[in-house]
Structures are given as structure tokens and as C-alpha cells.
Design a protein around this ligand. Structure first.
Ligand SMILES: Cc1ncc(COP(=O)(O)O)c(C=O)c1O
Length: 303
């Protein structure tokens, strides 16, 4: 069971979580016409009255871009202001996951994005590890990642998560932890809710933004950290078979952080992961506010 935070942001203000309710006729509930974000916040280990948010500017920007793809206007200042008031109301004392959501809040039928009321809400829950930090087993999904020409994949559009849900459940019901999806051209795209990296001969490789991926904020952060550490980072199409012979394969995402893949289909992958380990240690120190080189990635909210 999730432990939800006591207050939600709903219809422009903080209200008790139990009071933030929508009608069964809510348009987005039927048509998937919403877009969401996912962020983490932790109490500052060095200062109990402060909460640390990781790159809220980037998260707010992606959410507003997702809203634009749904022909809805949402301003970054509105998101950032609501996030701050939400954190101050909830005063979290353990790591939390925040779920901002913009959606067609009108009641009734007819799939459309014009002449329709929209709303923006936030709720939160306590969240430790989403996937085991020791590593996960993955299968190649029988489901194909959608194409950008049929769905705006640069946004985190709710309706798109039917494919993630089918892939995740298929993976779990067939004895795996997670699913890897190929795109319609047969190249590796991403996992059900994470981006993918592999290491071959010291080179850090990840499918490019033209491979029908979600443009993950953890992904771009990991790429930047790796470059600043002097690693060679390459964005290119990735074939399925490369994953089996890679030196390291790992997933990145706000919920999953950096999670290694330890088994792919029936193949056990190498458990030595020096590059992933160094990136993970660096990302952890950044998100915990211990890395002065990346101060600008952390927003400190005083309670
Ligand atoms: C489909 C998908 N890909 C990738 C990611 C990783 O994105 P981020 O690092 O911004 O959390 C997510 C997470 O939200 C996702 O849902």
C-alpha cells in the first residue's frame, strides 16, 4: 500500500488528499488525455528543515511541454510555485515521489483537446527503491514502443502508458522484473518507465532521441555527469544483440534512479559494473546535495 502525503494540490490550492476527488465522467479518465511528471524530493541529510528537489526546473519544463502537446497552456512558474507550496504543506520527513498531472478535467464524452476545461494537480507518496538497486531481470517485450508519428512521445502522455502497463505486466507474469521495448524499426527503445544505457569498450551508449524514447531527465543528467567525468558518450541506435554482449547495461529514471540489469532473457550479464557504479555514486551525492559542482541541479525548499 502506498503512503500518500496528507495534502494534494488540486484546483489551484492545497487541500487534504482525501478531498481531492474527480468525477467518474472526467474526460481524461476515459481518453488518456493527460500528461504527468514524476519527481523525487528528500529531506536534506545535512539540514532537517530543508527539502531537496532534483532539477525541478527541468521537470516543470517537460511537464509544460507535455501540456503544449495536449494543446493546453501550463506555465512553468505555476508548476514551480505549486510544488513549493505543496512541499511546505506536506513537510516530508522521508524520501517522496511527486506526481504533477495536467489533464482534461471537463466532464463528458467526445475525444478532443479543444473547447475543454483542464486542471493541474499534484499528489505525492513516500517512495524508497522502485526497483532493486542490486539489479533486475528483463525480458524483451512482445509489445512495441509507440511511434512519434502516432503519439507525441516527447511528452509524458498518460494514454501512452497502456503500452508500458502491458509490457510490465507481461514481464512480471512471465517471471521477470522489467520489460525492454523495441521500437517499430526493431531497435532498442527503453524500459516500461526508464531509459537504457550500455557500456561497450569504455564507451557509454544510449538510444538517441530519435529512437522513440521519452527524453528522460535522469538520462540527460547521467550523460552530462559522464561527459564531465571524461567519458565518451554516444547516442545511437542500439541493436538487441548488443545488450547481451555489453560490458554493462543499466536503466535510468526518476523512480528507478540507476538500476543495473543483471539478467536479460536467459542470459546472466556481467556483475562487474565499474562505470555504472561511478555514475551512480556521483548521482547519489548530487541528489543528496553533497556535490558542490552540481549545486544548480538542486533546489532547496525551507519548510
Ligand atoms: C517511459 C519512460 N521512459 C523514461 C523515463 C525516465 O525519465 P526521467 O528520468 O525523467 O524520470 C520515464 C520516467 O518517468 C518513463 O516513464
Amino acid at each position: 500500500m502506498h503512503q500518500f502525503l496528507p495534502y494534494a494540490w488540486f484546483q489551484g490550492k492545497c487541500v487534504p488528499f482525501e478531498e481531492a476527488k474527480v468525477s467518474i465522467a472526467t474526460h481524461a479518465l476515459h481518453y488518456g488525455t493527460g500528461a504527468f511528471g514524476g519527481m523525487r524530493a528528500i529531506p536534506d541529510p545535512q539540514n532537517p528543515n530543508t527539502v531537496l528537489l532534483f532539477r525541478p526546473d527541468r521537470h516543470a519544463r517537460r511537464l509544460c511541454q507535455s501540456a503544449r502537446l495536449l494543446l493546453t497552456e501550463l506555465r512553468e512558474e505555476v508548476v514551480l510555485n505549486a510544488l513549493e507550496l505543496f512541499i511546505k504543506a506536506n513537510k516530508p520527513d522521508s524520501p517522496i515521489y511527486l506526481r504533477p498531472f495536467v489533464y482534461t478535467s471537463d466532464l463528458g464524452i467526445a475525444p478532443r483537446l479543444h473547447n475543454i476545461e483542464t486542471d493541474f494537480l499534484i499528489y505525492g507518496l513516500e517512495l524508497g527503491d522502485y526497483l532493486s538497486p542490486e539489479g533486475v531481470s528483463c525480458r524483451i517485450s512482445s509489445w512495441t514502443r509507440q511511434e512519434d508519428r502516432s503519439l507525441p512521445l516527447r511528452g509524458k502522455i498518460s494514454g501512452a502508458y497502456i503500452t508500458s502497463s502491458l509490457a510490465k505486466t507481461e514481464a512480471v507474469q512471465s517471471g521477470f522484473d522489467e520489460a525492454l521495448l523495441l521500437n517499430s524499426r526493431g531497435k532498442v527503445s527503453e524500459a516500461s518507465g526508464m531509459n537504457l544505457f550500455l557500456v561497450r569498450d569504455g564507451q557509454l551508449i544510449t538510444p538517441g532521441v530519435d529512437q522513440d524514447i521519452l527524453e528522460g531527465i535522469t538520462r540527460s543528467s547521467v550523460m552530462e555527469i559522464a561527459k564531465r567525468m571524461g567519458m565518451e558518450v554516444v547516442e545511437r541506435p542500439v541493436d538487441k544483440t548488443e545488450l547481451f554482449i555489453a560490458d554493462e547495461v543499466f536503466l535510468t529514471g526518476t523512480a528507478a534512479k540507476i538500476t543495473p540489469i543483471r539478467k536479460l532473457e536467459a542470459t546472466i550479464l556481467d556483475s562487474e559494473r565499474p562505470i555504472m557504479n561511478s555514475l551512480r555514486a556521483r548521482l547519489n551525492s548530487i541528489t543528496e546535495g553533497r556535490d558542490s559542482d552540481y549545486e544548480d541541479w538542486i533546489c532547496r525548499i525551507k519548510l
